[in-house]
Design a protein. Sequence first.
Lengths: 267, 340, 462
Amino acid sequence: MNIRVFYSSLSFKQKFGVVLFTIPCLFTFLAPILVSGSPHDQSLMNALQAPSAQHWFGTDHLGRDMWLRLSSALQVSLGIALISTLIATALGTFLGVLSAQYPKTADKLLNLTANLFLAVPGLLFILLFATIAPGQLWPLFLGVALIASIEMYRVVRAQSMIIANKDAIFASKLLGFNAWYLLRRHYFPELRPIILRLAAFTIATTVLSVASLGFINVGVKPPRAELGLMMIELMPYYYEAPWVILQPIVALFILVLGLNLMIGKKK
Amino acid sequence: MAASFLLHSVLILKSRIQVIMKKQTLKTLCNILAWRSIQALFVALFVGVLCFFAAQGLGGNMAYRIAGGRYGIDLMDASTADLVARELGLDRSLWVRLIEWLGDSITFNFGNSLVSGTPVIKEIWHTLGHSLTLASSSIVLSIFIAVPLGVLAAKAPNSWFDKLLLLVSVSLKSVPNFVIGILLVMLFAVQLKLLPAAGHGGFQYLILPTLTLALGLAAVSVQVVRESTLTVRNSTYFLFSRIKGLPDAQSFTRHGWRNLLVPVVAFLGIQFITIVEGVVIIETLFAWPGIGHSLVHAIFARDVPIVQGAAVAMGLIFVAMNALVDIAVLLLDPRKGEHS
Amino acid sequence: MLNVKNLSVKTRDGNVIVNPVSFKLIAGEALTIVGETGSGKTLLAQAIVNNLPDGLIAEGEIYLHGQAVHSLSTQERNALWGKTICVLPQEPTRSLDPTMHAIRQVKEGYQIVKGLSASEAKKQTLSDFEAVQLSHATNKYPFELSGGMAQRVAFLASRSGGATFTVADEPTKGLDANKRDDIAKQLRALADNNEGVFTITHDIYVAHQLGGRVMIMRKGEVIETGDYQQVLNKPLHVYTQTLINADPRRWKKKASKDNLHSPIVTVKNVSKSRGDKQLFSDLSFSLRPGQIIGVSGDSGCGKSTLGDMLLGLLSSDSGSIEWSNQQSEKHKVQKLFQDPTDVFSAHVTIKASFNDLMHKYSISEDKLLGLLAELELDAQLIDRYPDQVSGGELQRLAIARVMLLEPTFIFSDEPTSRLDMLTQKTVIEALVNIVKYKDVAMMVVSHDKPLLDNVCDELIML
């Protein structure tokens, strides 16, 4: 598909969203290249300094460079979000279409399982996993990927079932085309916009969830840099040095706002 | 507007009771209750399994702590811990212990807290009330914010008001709820010194946590209300009511409210996820002594019985709330009784 | 009653969509506007009622009961709805509030629009319901009513305001013959009761039934106007004549030759039920190559089900369907669908869809070009996307695609119900020609009995 055609079909709000989202992304990957050092280097003498030539974003309460810490935190958030969304999209789409194709067998099992898991709010999942292995990252990952997969599955399944009943499918089947053709010509083109929107939504939700978990100290432990964790660490110092706590807040806001704008409105 | 709304709610309720008596609707009702019971069972089992493995991770640690809880840390040693271990049957096979554990889970036999030694049920019960207060006041406040604003926005789509509302909603949706909380604390507690920043006591302690949760909820639901209202306003039956000769206000009172509320009530079910998750985070931020707060503390203390009790309690309430929403939708929309 | 002078409909930029038109309607008279899609007939009605879509404005003078309506404000004009102008809904089932009892939807008209007291309104509504045999349905919800019942309720509701000038936009769209006649009678009765009836339709037969005067419209222009007997039997304009000839009742019946082929499929004593409803039982017939068999009946009687059974998608409850020797090649049985827009993949050009098929079965491009020529389709059409092609052309493209496989049997499920009369004639002619020429057996489903009578060699009534 032509990227240029796709981009021009977006509304102004959506284009603005793309720009907003790209800024923190670029920052995440370019920042460590532009500045040397480690996000964990402490220097209590230099604590809570305003932005300067040596520390472009200032320092936190332990003297660590905020530029590097912010990019490290964004790497965690984006890393988890992008990987989980990728897994969820692949898994959810595959199972969703499968469910629609075999409504009497696969669907009964998959749909039941999905609906059972819906009985537990996602955060509880993650907290329970975290109880098994506190301080480790995998409960976070597993929980987030699981919830995202279930959501993607349900949406793809619902839409696929509508597609499965369209005359175009019957016509193609009568003409002798096989399942792969149906997927290629009918399902995927129809599903693509929905999947893209949901993927953007999933990335946004995941980033927010990771920050919330960091805030209650689950999954990520100091000295690791994570947006929510940074916020709670810096809260006591907001009066003396407001620019420090504002940074993770603003970074998170721009990232997620960009995604939300990209999603746009339903037609 | 409010008076006619209330009057209509009563009238609707009356006719809906008649609907309930129909056989088909009763059947749907049974289906709802049956399904939600299965979900509840799943919750108890799922939480149980995970907590079982969490407990295994503690292993001898757990026996040690139970012994400590029982006899006091200073008065015990390794041999006491061994005694406790054997007493609790921790030396039997994994499968037997799992089955027994799950049995306990379903019968709500959670034992005692590893930290305080008090029965889990008692601690949960104590904190549950506080969480329910917070949750219910948040939901009510969010409805009072979202419904009028959403309906007004739909009356003049794409007006400056509508666009402003969208901007505010999207912005609120782009930060985690605790950031909203932090900002509210900074404004009301620190700068204006109007409200307390955290804790529990009188009514004033409830305001900020409720407002925080409610704003997060309303940011999403206001758009749902708006969409639903627009759908109703553009529907063939609404336009027919106008062409019949009914003015806009009366068309909306008679045909608008009831129909727009159906998807909104259904959406409440999804919002419960946000509430349950929000309660955990917000209670931690505001030191509100609810079940979410207990849960988070228990995870850190590795107090598995409390974790299990709290998670099961929250899960079950979640399922129960969803069941109520299903029933409410059934009452509001007579069609639902026909095709379940 | 209604006096229209130089009424036109324009876009806000000034593009004229409906050219200035003038006419009068007196009490007791029925005026029917007949035209195809895009003739502007609906816009004319909307201009009079004052519910034009956004972006369009009306210019000219409109006098209703002597009052100059065109100079009133929007609010004042909308206040006429129900009291002075009655608009009959096009889709009655969707026009009723799904969560409100039927009786209340009529009662509120009497109470709020006409201004009766609550008890008076109730009395009047109950007597109305009784008059149309709906007394048992007063406390039912719209989804519990049949299509016909919903139509009667919507009719009563729209009349409750007491207006004597009625506008009906395509009141018989998609209805089968019986229901269509009922509606026409209903409207005629209003005119006989000294009210004014203004009807928009594409169905010439309805114009006949309504009587009064007829106005023919095409592309925003009034082509001809006059008394219905004169216009519909001895029209002055060529276009009107073409329109009249497009009515299946007027089609010339082709001489049928004896069919000497042996049957390709024999259906014996087949029955099928869906739920508790018995659709058909003990049905027997056979199909020969080049034979066209028609299936007619009211909606829901199982026409599509019968076709799906022949296509091998459903099985019968009892009886047998025997095919002679074609079993292995499944794709030799094909279907034409009611909505041609939904048949090609919307995301690729029509050419791509054709290429997929030709590639799969190694069909040469010449064959496609030949078929397109036979169906009188411009070969360049296939370079477009499905939504850029008209309904009639799309259906013929669907025929071409199906014919590429040289089928032995085609099931045509209401292939022209969504099309205008003129387009319908073109498509049916093309379809019948190609089927007879290539000796394909065909089963046609339609609710339009005259069409089936003309086209089919044999008819099954369900």
